[in-house]
Design a protein. Structure first.
Length: 257
């Protein structure tokens, strides 16, 4: 199992799309750190390096990160089918479920890798603003960027790390969904398009009753910004991730590749 998992990560990191995604995530924070018209356009003045991770996360988690996750996870099946490397692997005395389980683990950890690149780029881009105590908010805690008065560097770091950890959990069901569509369509473009389309359709369902909206995945994609009790959202995200993962294993076990 560990050998399969290591192989999946090597294939993932060897993908050109993944390298581009990591580079973009690393460079995006520099855009916000040095943006000359940030105040005029968004009414925001960055006063601390701890605020750069927040604005970088907020501006990427709604579309850019889901797109990268959907595309790369769809590639994990689509590219191997196109290159003809998946069928020979399955002909070996290896359990199909172990093959898919290794892909699932790699897919679910991939968003955390992207967020790590985003966080690293944010901290480096925020050096010029400093990381000491400041008045305001980190953008990922109570009060947003305005905050609730003076904020210590330790508390700001805690809020940033909490926000990024929750964002990784938010991206997990999208990764599992991308891999599921990859198994269904055996085509990267179709699977990535189906994943993004599914998310967009869910967002359009805001016209339905509030009780129905509460069970939609897209209703909980902003959990990394929420304060207070988020237990219900976390449980639902875990259910979506587990559900998509089990469907992926089930579909792959019965798919002729």
């Amino acid at each position: 199992m560990l050998t399969l998992l290591r192989l999946e990560f090597l294939k993932l990191l060897g993908s050109r799309s993944v390298r581009i995604a990591l580079l973009v995530c690393f460079l995006v924070p520099w855009l916000w750190s040095f943006a000359p018209r940030l105040q005029q356009v968004y009414g925001l003045v960055l006063t601390s390096g701890f605020q750069v991770p927040a604005i970088s996360l907020i501006t990427t988690v709604q579309f850019i990160l889901p797109l990268f996750v959907a595309l790369s996870c769809a590639e994990m099946i689509g590219v191997e089918v196109a290159q003809g490397t998946l069928a020979p692997l399955l002909l070996r005395p290896i359990d199909r479920n172990r093959v898919m389980l290794s892909k699932l683990v790699a897919a679910l950890l991939y968003p955390a890798l992207l967020l790590l690149a985003l966080l690293l780029g944010s901290f480096l881009a925020g050096i010029r603003l400093g990381f000491g105590d400041f008045t305001g908010g980190s953008g990922l805690g109570p009060g947003g960027f305005i905050g609730q008065g003076a904020l210590s560097s330790g508390m700001a770091l805690t809020e940033v790390l909490r926000g990024y950890a929750l964002a990784a959990l938010v991206m997990a069901p999208i990764a599992a969904l991308g891999l599921l569509f990859g198994v269904i369509f055996l085509n990267t473009a179709a699977a990535a398009l189906a994943t993004i389309a599914t998310l967009q359709v869910m967002r359009l369902l805001t016209v339905f009753p509030e009780g129905f909206q509460k069970i939609l995945l897209t209703t909980h994609l902003d959990v990394y910004l929420r304060q207070g009790d988020i237990t219900q959202s976390l449980i639902l995200l875990i259910i979506y991730t587990a559900g998509f993962s089990l469907l992926t294993i089930f579909a792959f076990d019965r798919r002729d590749v």
